[in-house]
Design a protein around this ligand. Structure first.
Ligand SMILES: Nc1nc2c(c(=O)[nH]1)N[C@H]1C(S)=C(S)[C@@H](COP(=O)(O)OP(=O)(O)OC[C@H]3O[C@@H](n4cnc5c(=O)[nH]c(N)nc54)[C@H](O)[C@@H]3O)O[C@H]1N2
Ligand SMILES: Nc1nc2c(c(=O)[nH]1)N[C@H]1C(S)=C(S)[C@@H](COP(=O)(O)OP(=O)(O)OC[C@H]3O[C@@H](n4cnc5c(=O)[nH]c(N)nc54)[C@H](O)[C@@H]3O)O[C@H]1N2
Ligand code: SF4
Ligand SMILES: [Mo]
Length: 726
């Protein structure tokens, strides 16, 4: 049976895998034991990557909504004609701003081309309304560095770390960061055997927390206070890197005064742990460097994404956790462009942190370093005025299941004059769209491992330990009789019909570098490989060379070595930003609210699905097609319930039906549940078949971060109601 090396694109980790193909159909996917970076890794989602391609629920033709609400197949070319006509009309009548684009998780995972073609399309259209899931994820990861400044060389690499502190992230499940995404279980096991100290701060004794030497099983929502208290301990006990602080930082005295309002005793009691544990974590982190502290979605979703990330940068920096002159960068970009790293601080660029660019109606939210605020897009669509958004193209995302405030999201999508969903199945959002554009599965497209390079540049603690790259051609053809586009062909097809010139910007990992955009030939379409070539043309290693290694390879050369600071360089990292220290002071003064709500709903991810993708694949769901509401067994018993019983979860916004299940790894008082499940409320009676949408419990305009409009998506006050048995 033919075997092919390829890149798994069932998530952003881009594992190098082997696919068996029989009669043009992928029948098995497994890891490659000879792969020096992924070391044979292939998670359950990857093992089902072929099954996702063969999914009987897959769309083989684009769909058009009929007046009675049903869907009928429509040829892709005709769908593009009709959509282009409507978009042109909107552009003429109401301006290009009336057209918005939302780019979701699979736009990023499925192909490196997608983000570039989306940007080119919106730019050519002249609409500033490009949104992504980034602003409902961890937007502080982009906003905080704009306020803090950037060390112009990488942070400590995992391979060199003596200590790793993970706040609210679970890399053994998420394959996202904290521990290399290229086989986190293996890397962690080896590092622990080598003496790594792992600290986990999580309300749940997660798969990762279980392996930590020190696990602080905190109440959710206290991460700002916990970080401030640890910084306070480290600065007071002078455990920090005094040379680095003196040479490269400013504002540390102001920071020290601000964090003095977070005494360890008080913070520990409020977070539900002991002062000794918290002190031990601070000392363990400071004394075992080099290392890195990383915050995941848990803290970022609990209300203060920018402040959390700012304090993480402060903590890492006062401990000097950045690479110095003469050190080799272990995982530099390979297909992406490398900018020479220098051991010096780029000062803050606060004007690019938030509050610039297009202003949204309603709450006046604006662009931030993380992009346009998705948390304010439903309001923008529902705005009662000429200048509203009237068309939405949603690409590889699932707004109805994933956006905060599901009821408002539905109202907004239904109010659109045109809604287009680019998808592989009739997802919850597809069921609301005027057109569903059916696209090819990644195994039917050529691709590159660029997503994995993006992870390295995302934030300290992300990335892997070696420079890995891979190219794959299409492994199988699209199913016979299908009419499918590659995602980029849809944008290209619209642009052709709308007389737009698309210009693609090559990938660079440093926004300050100017690269010349590549004008795409709008008469004779490029091939996918032409576009991949253009995207990577400033790469450290030419795509042609990467193509010589079908199983992928490590590309250490040319090596990237951190250069010494420029003569008389004055730039400093700023630990005393006014906005951040003011927010910190306000939090120190705040007293605990929401006390009338007995439980807190916290976010989590499941190993077997990627947000809403994979739950209809038998090899992934093992018969369980819902997202359980996990609670501590004693909480379940105290409510007179049993594992498997139906419940209603109620927040101040709405309620959802769910199935309660026991998880002894949780703190008491919590409900832990994954997102992106369930459908619109008319599917509520099928909650055991389709799951429940936690986003419905969220209000997008009551509790949101003022810089990014990021709504609180974890630590949500809820009540657990006993439901009538079904
Ligand atoms: N298998 C799988 N992998 C995925 C995904 C998936 O759905 N499935 N999704 C992908 C996506 S979109 C993302 S963004 C990444 C996210 O990757 P991670 O950030 O690692 O996300 P989680 O695995 O949900 O881990 C979040 C942890 O935070 C804890 N937590 C919740 N609230 C709080 C809090 O207030 N404070 C603290 N300290 N902890 C808290 C939860 O108990 C949980 O263990 O994963 C990606 N990878
Ligand atoms: N309450 C709550 N809300 C959350 C979160 C939370 O933890 N709690 N997490 C937030 C986070 S971190 C994120 S990233 C967002 C996720 O938000 P989204 O990215 O909007 O949601 P997904 O469910 O990942 O949507 C993926 C879509 O891509 C489709 N798809 C699958 N395969 C392919 C493919 O090959 N090609 C294309 N074109 N499409 C494909 C799927 O069918 C699905 O419709 O949700 C956010 N919302
Ligand atoms: S971690 Fe992601 S890329 Fe790797 S096998 Fe799993 S789904 Fe595929
Ligand atoms: Mo995410």
């Amino acid at each position: 049976m033919p075997e092919h090396h390829t890149i798994c694109r069932a998530c952003h980790a881009a594992c190098g895998v082997i696919v068996n193909v029989e009669d043009g159909v992928p029948v098995a996917v497994r890891g490659n034991p000879d792969n020096p970076v992924y070391k044979g890794f292939c998670c359950v989602k990857g093992q089902n990557f072929g099954a996702q391609r063969n999914n009987p629920n897959r769309l083989l033709h684009s769909q058009k909504r009929q007046p009675d609400g049903s869907y009928q197949s429509i040829p892709a070319q005709q769908a593009m004609n009709e959509i282009a006509y409507k978009l042109s009309q909107l552009r003429t009548d109401h301006g290009a701003r009336s057209v918005a684009l939302y780019s979701g998780t699979f736009a990023a995972a499925a192909s490196a081309i997608n983000a570039a073609i989306e940007t080119a399309f919106m730019k050519a259209l002249g609409s500033p309304m490009g949104f992504s899931s980034n602003t409902i994820d961890q937007p502080g990861k982009m906003v905080a560095p704009a306020l803090f400044g950037r060390w112009m060389a990488p942070p400590t690499n995992f391979a060199d770390a003596g200590v790793v502190m993970l706040l609210g992230m679970n890399p053994l499940v998420a394959m996202s960061g904290g521990i290399p995404h290229t086989n986190p279980g293996r890397y962690l096991k080896d590092a622990l055997a080598d003496g790594l100290q792992l600290i986990a701060i999580d309300p749940r004794r997660s798969e990762t927390a279980r392996r930590a030497q020190l696990h602080l099983q905190v109440k959710p929502g206290h991460d700002v206070a916990l970080l401030a208290a640890m910084i306070n301990i480290i600065l007071t006990e002078k455990l920090h890197d005094q040379d680095f602080v003196a040479q490269h930082m400013q504002g540390v005295d102001e920071l020290q005064r601000a964090v003095a309002a977070f005494p360890v005793q008080k913070v520990a009691v409020q977070a539900g742990i002991s002062a000794d544990e918290l002190t031990a974590a601070a000392r363990l982190f400071a004394n075992n460097g080099p290392g890195v502290a990383v915050a995941g979605t848990g803290p970022n979703m609990s209300g203060h994404t920018t402040l959390v990330e700012y304090l993480v940068l402060c903590l890492n920096s006062i401990c000097g956790r950045w690479q110095r002159a003469g050190e080799t960068v272990r995982d530099p970009a390979t297909l992406g462009q490398v900018v020479q790293p220098i051991a010096q601080a780029m000062p803050p660029r606060s004007e690019y942190a938030f509050g610039f660019g297009e202003t949204m109606h309603g709450r006046g939210m604006r662009n931030s370093a993380a992009g346009m605020p998705t948390g304010a897009l439903a309001d923008e669509i529902l705005f009662d005025g000429e200048q509203r958004v009237r068309a939405l193209i949603s690409h590889g995302g699932n707004p109805v299941a994933a956006w905060p405030d599901q009821l408002k999201t539905l109202q907004a999508i239904r109010a659109l004059e045109l809604s287009v969903q680019i998808d592989v199945t009739m997802s919850a959002t597809a069921h609301e769209a005027d057109y569903v554009i059916a696209v090819k599965h990644p195994l039917e497209m050529s691709g590159i491992s660029l997503n994995h390079e993006y992870l390295s540049g995302y934030a300290p603690g992300f990335g892997t330990t070696q420079a890995w790259a891979q190219y794959t051609s299409a492994i199988v053809a699209a199913p016979a009789g299908s009419d499918l586009l590659e995602d980029w062909e849809f944008f290209y097809g619209l642009a052709q019909r709308m007389d737009m010139e698309l210009k693609l910007t090559p990938v660079s990992f440093n926004g300050t570098v100017r690269t010349t955009p590549w004008p795409i030939d709008m008469q004779s379409p490029p091939t996918t490989d032409d576009i991949l070539q253009a995207l990577t043309r400033h790469g450290r290693v030419p795509l042609e060379e990467v193509k010589q290694h079908p199983a992928g390879a490590v590309f250490p050369d040319p090596a990237v070595v951190v250069a010494p600071a420029e003569k008389d360089w004055q730039g400093r990292l700023d630990a005393g930003n006014n906005y951040m220290l003011k927010d910190l002071a306000e939090l120190a003064a705040a007293v605990g609210a929401d006390s009338e709500w007995p439980f807190r709903l916290i976010s989590r991810r499941q190993i077997n699905v990627l947000n809403s993708t994979g739950r209809d694949i038998p090899g992934q769901n093992h018969g369980k097609t819902y997202n359980p509401a996990y609670m501590h067994p004693e909480d379940i018993a105290a409510l007179g319930l049993h594992s498997g019983d139906p419940i209603n979860l109620r927040s101040s916004r709405a309620s959802i039906p769910a199935v309660v299940e026991a998880d002894p790894n949780l703190r008491r008082g919590l409900v832990s549940m994954s997102h992106s499940w369930g459908g619109a409320p008319d599917t509520d009676d099928q909650f055991r078949q389709v799951g429940a949408c936690t986003g419905r419990l969220v209000s997008d305009n009551q509790d949101y971060e003022k810089y990014t409009a990021m709504p609180r998506l974890s630590n949500i006050p809820v009540q657990v109601e006993v439901a009538a048995t079904t």
